[in-house]
Design a protein around this ligand. Structure first.
Ligand code: HSE
Length: 304
């Protein structure tokens, strides 16, 4: 085999209290075709989101990640022909770079005979992305809980018995994750820790049982959102605007932002999206909403 197509879902992470732990895959996909090239040069084509700014040389993240796999198995990377079709907006907290990392690692692993296990790929992906929540959700699909250990990432995928719709409201500005991480405190007090543990535990129980009654409380957070709120104009009005539509909704920053995710029933999704975009507009922020489902399958890899 010398060509693969890798389809990788977007992710919304943290889900409020699960900072760097909880991730959910969404049915919005970046598509990557990676081929061992006949010529002796690597060629990279990019279409869609970020095609005007992403590098088309060996600095490209997909290529860099493919190279890591060949290094790990002690082989020289062959010249590659890479085609990237990006549908996930960049630097908006929807895990776009996580998809590039997974695509680079998984395509190179497939093209080199599948020597690395999923666990090794996830460990490597986490090392590259700096946190496991986006890459584990994109890789496995559904809602994934990840814990960093001395022996790599311990993870579990939740079996969700009930559907939940995600309204992702994407504003027209970027947030760079590393910058948004610099705003966070180095330590927190015990009450803050307990606040987040209690919410994250309720959230996992609610998602696993399909009992969404406490979803709003379960998605409260004190670890990262209060510090990142200043990066997103009108954030609390946007939160409130979703709650003005229905009480059956929970709203969080998606990953490090700038997207805001509302978790709701599909019948409320359109009205929630409209209401949140209007609230952003009052703060002179243009935005659009995507109505998404949870992707349950994770990364698909197709031999071509
Ligand atoms: N857990 C990460 C963060 C996700 O919040 O910084 C970044 O997309």
């Amino acid at each position: 085999m010398n060509k693969v197509r890798v389809i990788v879902p977007a992710s919304t992470t943290n889900l409020g209290p699960g900072f760097d732990v909880l991730g959910m895959a969404l049915n919005l996909y970046n598509v990557f075709e990676v081929e061992i090239s006949e010529s002796d040069e690597t060629k990279i084509e990019i279409e869609g989101e970020g095609s005007d700014i992403l590098p088309r040389d060996e600095k490209n993240l997909v290529y860099q990640c493919a190279k890591r796999v060949f290094e790990k198995i002690g082989e020289k990377i062959p010249p590659l022909s890479i085609k990237i079709i990006n549908n996930i907006p960049l630097a908006r907290g929807l895990g776009s770079s996580g998809t590039a990392i997974i695509a680079g690692l998984m395509s190179a692993n497939a093209l080199s005979g599948g020597q690395l296990t999923d666990q090794e790929i996830l460990n490597l992906a986490t090392e590259i992305d700096g946190h496991p929540d986006n890459v584990s959700a994109s890789m496995f699909g559904g809602v994934v809980i990840s814990a960093q250990t001395n022996n790599g990432i311990a993870y579990m995928k939740l079996d969700m018995p009930k559907k939940l719709t995600v309204v992702a409201v994407v504003p027209d500005f970027h947030i760079i994750t590393t910058k948004a991480r610099e705003l966070l405190p180095k330590t927190v007090d015990i009450q803050t820790a307990v606040f987040n543990i209690s919410r994250a535990s309720l959230l996992v129980a609610g998602l696993a049982t399909g009992d969404f009654r406490l979803l709003d409380i379960s998605m409260q957070d004190k670890l990262h959102q209060p510090y990142r709120a200043k990066l997103i104009p009108g954030i609390y009005d946007v939160f409130e605007s979703a709650k003005a539509v229905t009480e059956n909704v929970a709203v969080t920053i998606s990953g490090a932002g700038s997207t805001i995710s509302a978790f709701c029933y599909d019948t409320d999704a359109c009205a929630i999206g409209e209401s949140m975009c209007k609230a952003f507009m009052k703060h002179n922020v243009k935005s659009y909403s995507l109505i998404l489902d949870i992707d349950q399958e994770g990364t698909r890899i197709i031999k071509l």
